[in-house]
Design a protein around this ligand. Structure first.
Ligand SMILES: C[S@@+](CC[C@H](N)C(=O)[O-])C[C@H]1O[C@@H](n2cnc3c(N)ncnc32)[C@H](O)[C@@H]1O
Length: 284
């Protein structure tokens, strides 16, 4: 079943957290001139015109993007995020993870974008074509299977974004099993796994998500979660926020994400808050 379409949610608070974290990973990789390879296992359509009927239905971008539109950022990572995004926002488009990646990577870097939904492939290909970057490859396939098939890459510096819709409860387990398998082949990969924070109304999924995080916490050499909540976790809140679990993060990535997200929360709703917690740290 593939019913999820990201256009309904483009630019919401979860996208802001995920894309700032993903850009943080990319910017750290760019600190060395050596090339790197990125994988985006659930790429979506690439970019989202805000005027689209689906995006206008709930206007979820008002919970994220709209609050940052036109601000002057202080933190370096938020400045980078805005420098890549603001021109798109000005053109009425929210850049998804593929467009952001295409803006951020250099000529010597490569990327593999995977997407399964037949309706998302053509816009994704168009987005990549428009970027003019010949090292970005689109694959119409299951992203988790593709990740195992294409790793470790050459060169073996790089990172992975895993951003599933979690429509099926079984996806949480499949994600942790895939990351485990992949890290056995590509131990130094930085891995970003996005996940929703779900209230009691979706207790089964919330428990499966916690189990996924407990399993991911044992992988790699270090691991932290960064979470943005936008509402109280009341029984009926639904998705009250989201998080990213980052395995093998670059040195100081935690500080850079924290600085950017603390600044972001100041622009979001009064109930927004951010936290970062280490699940596994190297012994001092
Ligand atoms: C949350 S959206 C991705 C958003 C995108 N990463 C971004 O940040 O702009 C999830 C996407 O995964 C796709 N999808 C669902 N199951 C998949 C699978 N097994 N393999 C690859 N893509 C899948 C959906 O069609 C949807 O476009």
């Amino acid at each position: 079943m593939l019913s999820y379409r990201h256009a309904f949610h483009a630019g919401n608070h979860a996208d802001i957290l995920k894309h700032i974290a993903w850009l943080g990973v990319i910017q750290h990789l760019k600190r060395k001139t050596k090339p790197f390879v990125l994988f985006d296992t659930h790429a979506g359509a690439g970019e989202y015109p805000l005027s689209a009927q689906q995006t206008q239905l709930n206007q979820e971008y008002t919970s994220g993007m709209s609050a940052l539109d036109g601000i002057h950022a202080v933190s370096a990572l938020l400045q980078d995020y805005l420098s890549f995004n603001q021109p798109c926002w000005d053109a009425g488009v929210y850049p998804g993870s593929p467009r952001l990646l295409a803006e951020a990577i250099r000529a010597q870097d490569e990327a593999h974008l995977m997407e399964l939904h037949p309706a998302e492939i053509a816009p994704l290909q168009q987005c990549v074509y428009n970027s003019g970057h010949e090292g970005i490859h689109v694959h119409h396939r299951d992203g988790l299977e593709g990740l195992i098939a294409m790793t470790p890459p050459t060169p073996n510096r790089g990172a992975v974004l895993i951003d599933p819709p979690y429509e099926q409860i079984g996806e949480y387990k499949t994600v942790s099993q895939t990351v485990d398998k992949m890290l056995q082949r590509w131990a130094n990969a930085q891995v970003v796994v996005w996940y929703p924070l779900l209230s009691e109304r979706a207790a089964d999924k919330a428990a499966a998500c916690q189990q996924m995080l407990d399993t991911l916490a044992g992988m790699g050499s270090t691991c932290f979660t960064a979470q943005l909540t936008v509402a109280d976790n009341t029984h009926d809140a639904g998705m009250y926020g989201s998080g990213v679990c980052i395995i093998n993060p670059a040195w100081q990535l935690d500080e850079h994400i924290t600085q950017a997200m603390k600044e972001v929360t100041g622009y979001l709703s009064a109930s927004a808050s951010f936290s970062l917690d280490w699940l596994k740290q190297e012994a001092p």
